[in-house]
Design a protein. Structure first.
Length: 136
C-alpha cells in the first residue's frame, strides 16, 4: 500500500487495486449496477474504474472485496456509501458518507445466483461491530 505523494488533501490516500461492485441509486431505486477496481482510497473518499460514466451528485453504494480475512478465515467486504464528485473516462471519484466492514457469509453462492439471474444481490452478511459496554 503506497501513499500517493504530493497530495494536499487532509486524508491520506492509498493506491489500492481491489475488486468491487457498485450500485447507482436514486432514492431507494437502483438505477444500475456495475463492477470495477479501486484506484485509490482514503478515509474521506475513493476513486474507482467504472464501465460507464456516473452522473455528478449521484448516490452510490460500493462493496469492496477486502484482501484480509477476519481471523484469517472469514472473507470481509468494505461497504461504502457516498456521492460522486467527479467522473471521467478513467473512473468515478466519490466523497464518502459512511463505511463499515462486514463478514461475507456465502460469496460464491451469491455470485453464482447473481450471474444466473443477471440481478445485483446484496451480500448475506454478519456485521463486524464493537460491542458497547453495558451500564449497570
Amino acid at each position: 500500500m503506497d501513499q500517493i505523494a504530493s497530495d494536499r488533501r487532509l486524508s491520506s490516500r492509498y493506491s489500492l487495486q481491489l475488486k468491487l461492485r457498485y450500485r447507482v441509486l436514486e432514492g431507494l431505486t437502483t438505477l444500475w449496477t456495475g463492477t470495477g477496481v479501486t484506484s485509490d482510497i482514503s478515509r474521506a473518499g475513493m476513486r474507482f474504474e467504472a464501465a460507464q460514466p456516473i452522473p455528478l451528485d449521484a448516490r452510490v453504494e460500493v462493496d469492496v472485496e477486502w484482501p484480509v480475512r477476519l481471523g484469517g478465515t472469514l472473507p470481509l467486504e468494505l461497504c461504502l456509501t457516498g456521492t460522486v464528485v467527479r467522473c471521467d473516462e478513467a473512473g468515478a471519484a466519490v466523497r464518502l458518507a459512511s463505511w463499515r466492514f462486514q463478514v461475507v457469509s456465502a460469496p460464491k453462492a451469491r455470485d453464482a445466483e447473481q450471474a444466473r439471474t443477471g440481478r445485483w444481490m446484496p451480500p448475506a452478511v454478519s456485521r463486524v461491530e464493537k460491542e458497547q459496554p453495558r451500564l449497570m
